[in-house]
Design a protein around this ligand. Sequence first.
Ligand code: ATP
Ligand code: MG
Length: 547
Amino acid sequence: MAEINNFIKTIMENDLREGKVDAIVTRFPPEPNAYLHIGHARAIITNFELAKAFNGTTNLRFDDTNPAKEDKEFVDGIIEDLAWLGYKPNNVFYGSDYFEKTYEKAILLIKKGLAYVDDLSQEEMSKYRGTLTEPGKNSPWRDRTIEENLKLFEEMKEGKYKDGEKTLRAKIDMSHPNINMRDPAMYRILHLNHHRQGTKWCIFPMYDFAHPLQDAFEGITHSLCSLEYDNHRILYDWFVEKCEMEHVPHQYEFGRLNITNTIMSKRYLRALVDAGKVSGYDDPRMPTLCGLRRKGFTPDAIRNFILGTGLSRINSTVEADTLDEELRQDLKLKALRPNAVINPLKVIIDNYPEGQVEWNEAPNNTENPELGSRKLSFSREVYIERDDFIEQKPNKNWKRLALGVEVRLMRAYFIKATSVEKDENGNIICVHATYDPDTKRSDFNDRKPNGNLHYVDAATAIPAEFRLLEPLMVDETEENKDLDFMERLNPNSLIISNGYVESFLADTKPLDHYQFIRNGYFVTDKDSTKDKLVFNRTCGLKSSFKK
Ligand code: ATP
Ligand code: MG
């Protein structure tokens, strides 16, 4: 696997060398309000791999300070996804576990004259805040006495006020050039049930106040976050200093990961689920980790993808195919390569004895002999891909079956198409052919076939559903660029095809990976049953693959 190497690693090396820190302690702080997506994988892998590189530790900390959107389902999903990626946190903490200690620090700031209770509404507060070019104005409640502030804050906690009626704010500078420093809110009132604290609290700390304190309580040395927190760093440092935290953590920002044609914001992913546009967070078209897993991506492919895209201080957009390529690299030598026919056309080999079935040896992975071999059956009726047959060979570039043309069925015989049967609409229902018994010998080279086709023997085939997945969003064009994302959904993002696989896949289990010969990488879906196997296509075989 690739090794992690980036500007934050250099910072850590220096901090250790100069004795600024004794050991590296990082954390991954997701808000449990949705499932994790591939963008989060960058944050996870960066935090865990950097700590690992220095024998340090990494905490998982649920940032659950906003009870409005958080849920146990998401907590469990996040734990499962991390484990699947192969990371075991040294500690699992919850931001809400620090509510008591955080509250005490708020009292400390009030006592130091650095925080006050404000009666302005949220709307008024934003009016008073000013803009990037104009300074803000002091709230009329800014000069309350320390005693009054202590009393009001206590009453806020006791539930005396309605949501939004009062706010605890830091007293910094309403004309600060950085708007985040213009008396940011520290606590707001929310009469809501919290997933862990129940109704014990009706005041909840804001992210900007809670997060630096949590980092300090846990002894985090390097607090890594994405670039949008850049201009919050000054406030992060202010809270750590003014709250007299014993341990002083430092924040470092990195660029966000974006992927072409991929929506990567929890808000949008949630909207897709809520609107029923996908079957759930684990719909294989979703860029969530559980969706990617169900689509057939492996932890190694994701890790190598994240490490391969590097890390810098700018947001980056990566081609979606880069992830596919990592999957191909990962599974090339690991996956079995059975035959599957996705869009079947029956071929009847008229000169092959009726009722006879022969079993031929076939390697499981032609590039990796260690994966052994299996028996592949052949009989009078086989399925080939509909695309592999045409009545009249159009030109010399046609390297598949046609009337009067001979091809090799891989690991079996040469066959030549002789006639077709059609339904009343002119659709081909089956092809008749003859085979040449001499052509099975591996050293047979008297004549060259017009191509090599995979097939599945109809006598032993197992029916299978193939879910062919395409991007959820259509490409952005001049015409659609202003449309809401819900109107840019690709109507063909899921195409279901019914075909066959060879018999040795009878015992396949969800998350088993395969390379179906000539058709791409597939994975067994959780909907698969003994009677009807279901496979999702992870990606095509070649990077230029585009239907
Ligand atoms: P979203 O923007 O999708 O709603 P978020 O940033 O609000 O995500 P959090 O649960 O707060 O989600 O994220 C946990 C961590 O993951 C944060 O440190 C955040 O910076 C990081 N993160 C989220 N999305 C990305 C991304 N696309 N690239 C890199 N890091 C990300
Ligand atoms: Mg966030």
